[in-house]
Design a protein around this ligand. Structure first.
Ligand code: FES
Length: 568
């Protein structure tokens, strides 16, 4: 076997001495350096990323598997992105982490990589970086939390949004609100609903980048450790087979992921992350490829936020394999997975144990599924909406705009009793896109104004160039491209402009003439943040639009695994 790591550990003379000697200070015996595949375990463990706080334990299971298969594991840290604590938004740092991952892998003696992914951005960031190197790679996700239990009810992150509105409108007390905290997050793992973390784990499984059941085994279930152990064993064989990411991430794999995402009601963030991953591995993919309506994929998984159940329920019902089996007629089952076999082998013998959780194509949970890509004069390069999480009566709607120029403006005025808003209004939030904020935060599902909440209004049409948490819901139009800060039409919308949304015909318009739009654009003044230094400056200078995956333009593609210069 011609191992990449032999260029370090297989050397003689001074260089070989240096490469091995310092590693031996960790108590590693000499035979580990004699031609064993070296497997990097890319760990996003951090106590500041609670969703990934159990990853040191998970890494131990991976190591056991690697040793058992005859490999040599080396665990290394990369920056960890926790959604809940990182300010201004974890999305700002997704591309930074991808650089950390890419350079860490390429610069070090690794023959294969295990990516430990969990909280939302950790999955795309690690995959993007790994794609730009293209070694044999397998993903082990951390798993979702156990379903939250609160006063006799099952709860998850999506309930947070409901509780928050109830607390604002006085329906529940601050004490009740705080009691729900520990009840919701009662075990290790990431958000228990089909939010972005679960969407990314499901995407990984549908792409063929993980072993079976990676997406749905709960974090607290001992079978999660078994999966990690088996993944450690498998990556050693993948190195021997030279089964690289580029052999798995074909156009067919991406199409499988898109179809699966529609059927699970996955997060709108899926579009941005999948576009970015495709850009790194060199598979052409555009927003138009996400339109699954022509294929008529219904919503099969009855999971929050589009449905009722939680990731734990999905696992007990048969998991992603049982769901993919229902989609078999739409999938390209011959796409190769990390097993080295067609992905159809991973699901064809699976069984569904609960039809209330995983429906069928003929008896779906909802005919409306997937993510709709909207086009129109308000979003020339596209915008997205998740119809299954929206109110059916608002999917075709015309209303007058209530405009917020940025997040600060929105926060200052949303609950102002003088705000001229009613339930037919369309809330518009500008300058929360990739460049404008910068970082594209999850603020698109703006709160309903307090005075309307008190009237019992629970949903309104909301439009922005930002994102929404995968756990969020509502008639929320996101990722408007081009964004306001670079002169997109969103920038010239004013209070009172009539906006027409037609999700069925996939259009989003502001009812202004081309001449009026052009005239207003002449007088545009940007109120976007101005950044003068550091990573955020680099990001603002180079980030692409959401419709292209919001990667940094100079990170597209890859540089492979070869180290061009060797100073030793
Ligand atoms: Fe980490 Fe939801 S906060 S997955």
């Amino acid at each position: 076997m011609n191992l990449r790591s032999s260029n370090w550990f297989g050397r003689t003379g001074k260089d070989g001495f240096i490469y091995r000697a310092w590693m031996k200070n960790q108590g590693i015996p000499a035979h580990e350096f004699h031609g064993k595949p070296v497997i990097g375990i890319c760990n996003t463990w951090s106590e500041l990323t609670p969703c990934n706080a159990h990853f040191r334990e998970l890494a131990e299971s991976v190591k056991h598997g690697i040793y058992e298969a005859g490999g040599f594991p080396v665990e290394f840290p990369v920056m960890s992105l926790g959604e809940t604590l990182i300010k201004p938004t974890a999305m700002l740092y997704r591309n930074l982490v991808s650089m950390d991952v890419e350079e860490s892998i390429r610069a070090n003696p690794m023959d294969g990589v295990v990516l430990l992914c969990g909280c939302d951005k950790t999955t795309p960031a690690l995959l993007m970086g790994a794609c730009s190197v293209d070694l044999p790679t397998i993903v082990v996700s951390g798993g979702a939390m156990l379903t939250g239990k609160f006063r006799g009810h099952d709860i998850g992150t999506s309930d947070l949004w409901r509780f928050a509105e109830d607390q604002r409108s006085g329906k529940i007390s601050q004490g009740d609100f705080e009691d729900a905290e520990a009840c919701m997050a009662r075990s290790r793992g990431h958000c228990a609903v089909m939010g972005t973390a679960s969407t990314m784990a499901s995407m990984t499984e549908a792409l063929g980048l993980s072993l079976v059941d990676n997406a749905a085994i709960p974090a607290a279930d001992s079978r999660r450790k078994v999966l990690a152990h088996l993944s450690g064993m498998r990556i050693v064989d993948m190195v021997k087979e030279n089964l690289k990411l580029s052999a798995i991430l074909t156009r067919a794999a991406f199409e499988n992921a898109i179809i699966t995402n529609a059927a699970i009601g996955g997060s709108t963030n899926f579009i941005i992350h999948l576009l970015a991953i495709a850009g790194r591995i060199g598979v052409p993919l555009t927003m138009d490829d996400f339109d699954t309506h022509l294929k008529k994929i219904p919503l099969i998984a009855n999971l929050q936020p589009s449905g009722k159940y939680f990731m734990e329920d999905l696992y007990y019902a048969g998991g992603i394999p049982a769901l993919m089996k229902e989609l078999d007629a739409f999938l390209q089952g011959n796409a190769i997975a990390v097993s080295g076999k067609p992905i159809s082998d991973q699901y064809k013998n699976s069984v569904c144990y609960n039809r209330d959780v995983i429906g069928t194509i003929d008896h779906p949970f909802n005919q409306v599924a997937g993510i709709s890509v909207l086009k129109g004069n308000l979003c020339e390069d596209g915008a997205v909406i998740k119809p299954s999480a929206a109110s059916p009566d608002l999917l075709q709607h015309a209303g007058k705009a209530i405009v917020f120029e940025n997040v600060e403006d929105y926060k200052a005025r949303i609950d102002d009793p003088e705000l001229g808003v009613d339930e037919s209004s369309v809330l518009v939030l500008k300058n929360v896109g990739p460049k404008g904020y910068p970082g594209m935060p999850e603020v698109g599902n703006m709160s309903i104004p307090k005075k309307l909440l008190k009237k019992g209004v629970t949903d309104m049409v909301r439009i922005s160039d930002g994102r929404m948490s995968g756990t969020g819901f509502g008639t929320v139009i996101l990722h408007v491209s081009p964004e306001a800060s670079i002169g997109g039409t969103l920038a010239i919308v004013q209070d009172g402009d009539l906006i027409t949304l037609d999700v069925l015909n996939k259009t989003l318009h502001v009812n202004l003439s081309e001449e009026e739009i052009a005239e207003r654009k002449k007088h545009l003044k940007s109120v976007a943040a101005v950044v003068s230094r550091g990573y955020t400056w680099l990001y603002q200078q180079h980030v692409e639009q959401a419709s292209q995956g919001a990667d940094l333009d100079f990170l597209k593609g890859g540089s492979g695994s070869e180290v061009v210069k060797d100073s030793h």
